[in-house]
Design a binder for this molecule. Sequence first.
Ligand code: C5P
Length: 235
Amino acid sequence: ILKREPLYSGKVKSIYEIDEDSVLIEFRDDITAGDGKKRDVKKGKGHLNALISSKLFEVLNKEDIPTHYLGYIDPVYMVAKKVEIIPIEVIVRNIAAGSLCKRYPFKEGEELKRPIVQFDYKSDEYGDPMLNEDIAIALGLATEEELKKLRELALRVNDTLKRFFDEKGIILVDFKIEIGRTKDGHLVVADEISPDTMRLWDKETKDVLDKDVFRKDLGDVVSKYEIVAKRIGCI
Ligand code: C5P
């Protein structure tokens, strides 16, 4: 399968077709930030993200949240259902950080009274602008009904992962998920869920355990991902 041309090769993952219903996702050691303007290769990062992502999809599947996940293959692969990705980055925030604090008068680290669900248009060309429902529908990205389901799914994922990480001494600050449509028309959580796509802080020390370490040059990013993998029982 790996000898074939990838179906798709993104900034940090490559997708290979297994058959008409499933794909193999390869987590590479690449790391990027700022829409790919900052990039590097970090040995061992692909392995850790494949492990962590697989574990988190297993946690969601156990809660009957539909996902594309079918299995993990050591060291850097995930088997998943083939889906059509909806080009919307569904972001959920529990604590103010990142772009929310750049754009609005929230204080970094401030706990939000209730989670914020935010839809961004997944488009490098347009710089991932924030959407509202009307724009998403007008662009034909999703129907009104699908947008409602995206929000519901995102909040269920948040409830599940927030609790899961809390038990491991980690605060789930925010995260991004992508949703796909399966062949039979179901919406499932797809892509990856890893420290590349979440903000995770140590509950006691507030130590940053996610890609912000790379974005802000805070130290060795792989050792932080290793802490996450250990805490949630992957290694
Ligand atoms: O940058 P911002 O604060 O909007 O990011 C919110 C959350 O979504 C962060 O956890 C970030 O890692 C994730 N995200 C992502 N991919 C993007 C944008 C944001 O995984 N393109």
